[in-house]
Design a protein around this ligand. Structure first.
Ligand code: ATP
Ligand code: CA
Ligand code: CA
Length: 418
């Protein structure tokens, strides 16, 4: 598990065809779904649309380099979800399709899912197992209602659910394989270095990422581009905290409670709190590299949030009402994240990117079996696969115990320490 480093998927890459087809499908499907928005009906949650692509093109699809089939699930629901999350439709299309370049995350998780970043790193495409796909479809209405009622939800933002069906030859026969995938938010801001990241579950069983040197975000000698995602035991061993003063702590825990209550009601477990930490005292290589923006320290130290998640303030082309959108999400209000604070609720010098990820694992037979097998040898409070209610309680308890205000009031007047 690595943060934000990917291999470019360009022509010749083993997964180039898959990536090309995914993007082509999204482009056509999303641009077709552009009429007037009507109130959603139950049918919208079940609706699917199929597109057939081939070399020649036809009346409903343009020509494509490869022949494949594309299926779009509940297009109107996801369109409205994107709107609720403040995604501008034109911007969405640009990010996902303007060039056929995606980055593939170096080491996919144990689940066998693949991750692709959009060209601008704003979006993540994750391939998912059929069972996860089925579960999302079944619970989409619950998810949608939750997002509507909780604009500050920490649960992953889903922007689209799709399938590509591609031919491949196997023993001289043409077979087809189906790949399910979803588009979601990249929790981390594309323009800021993440100096440390943690994937926390509240369980300790196997939850240690081995690190050669002791992980410490203040270690200036770390290789910034190759930092592993750390886990619960790393977090505990280095006595880490989410540094929130009383106000942010209360807001955060309130939302976390609502979110895990939903997940447990939907019979989901095995999710994580993903936490990325940007240390403002350490500055930022990414921004300097990308935009040559020398105002980083100015902007940051004046306490402004000068950039949107897309890295600019140019909203001239906005076609949707963004009034409740990005920037007002409580946990994404500052550079796409939220500032740490001290016990007087004054902002301190870390930016957290925080959210609940991997939340489509249904507590099914396999997990029950795993619980049974592991419980023979281990204390149940340690293992990962426990029933949803117990999982959510343990998760919530672990996170809530991890919050403490920053030690001192920020010395925001400090000049560059070099
Ligand atoms: P497993 O089931 O083995 O845990 P998975 O294939 O389901 O793995 P995830 O747990 O969803 O994968 O994610 C793996 C890693 O990818 C995370 O620890 C995180 O580093 C990164 N990641 C996943 N989702 C996001 C996201 N929305 N934003 C940023 N990084 C993400
Ligand atoms: Ca996971
Ligand atoms: Ca998973």
């Amino acid at each position: 598990d690595r943060v934000l480093v990917g291999n470019r998927v360009s022509e010749g890459h083993v997964n180039f065809t898959i990536a090309y087809n995914m993007l082509t499908g999204i482009r056509v499907a999303v641009s077709r779904c552009s009429g007037i928005m009507k109130p959603l009906t139950n049918t919208d949650f079940k609706l699917t649309k199929k597109l057939v692509f081939d070399y020649h093109g036809n009346e409903s699809t343009p020509s494509s380099q490869y022949a494949f089939k594309f299926k779009d699930y509940s297009p109107e629901v996801f369109r409205e979800l994107r709107c609720l999350f403040g995604i501008d439709p034109a911007d969405y299309l640009m990010s996902l399709t303007s060039k056929y370049i995606l980055s593939e995350l170096n080491s996919p998780g144990k689940s066998g899912s693949f991750f692709y970043f959009s060209r601008d790193y704003k979006y993540i495409i994750k391939t998912i197992h059929h069972s996860e796909h089925r579960h999302l479809r079944k619970t989409l209405k619950n998810y949608y209602n939750h997002v509507k009622e909780n604009p500050n939800t920490l649960i992953s933002q889903f922007y689209g659910l799709h399938r590509v069906k591609m031919p491949f030859s196997y023993k001289n026969q043409i077979k087809h394989r189906k790949i399910y995938f979803l588009v979601m938010n990249n929790l981390f801001a594309p323009h800021l270095d993440i100096h440390a990241s943690y994937d926390l579950k509240g369980s300790t069983w196997g939850r240690l990422t081995p690190t050669e040197s002791h992980p410490n975000i203040y270690n200036e000698n770390d290789d910034d581009t190759n930092r592993p995602v750390l886990k619960d035991l790393n977090w505990i061993n280095s006595n880490m905290h989410i540094e929130f003063g009383p106000l942010k702590k209360q807001k955060f825990l309130e939302q976390l409670r609502k979110d895990v209550t939903l997940l447990s009601k939907l019979n989901i477990m095995d999710y994580s709190l993903l936490l990325g930490i940007h240390d403002m005292d350490r500055g930022n290589d990414l921004l300097n590299l990308d935009d040559g923006n020398e105002n980083y320290n100015d902007n940051i130290q004046k306490g402004h949030a000068p950039l949107t998640k897309s890295g600019n303030n140019n909203n001239n082309n906005a076609r949707v009402d963004n009034s409740h959108a990005f920037g007002l999400h409580y946990f994404q209000q500052y550079e796409g994240g939220i500032r740490s604070s001290d016990k007087l609720d004054h902002d301190t010098n870390k930016i957290y990117f925080i959210g609940i990820i991997d939340c489509l694992t249904n507590y099914n037979i396999i997990k029950r079996l795993e619980t049974f097998i592991r419980s023979i040898n281990h204390d149940l409070s340690e293992v990962s696969a426990i029933p949803p209610k117990a999982y959510s309680d343990r998760f919530y308890t672990f996170i809530s115990k991890s919050i403490e205000p920053s030690p001192s009031i920020s010395t925001s007047t400090s000049e560059n320490v070099s």
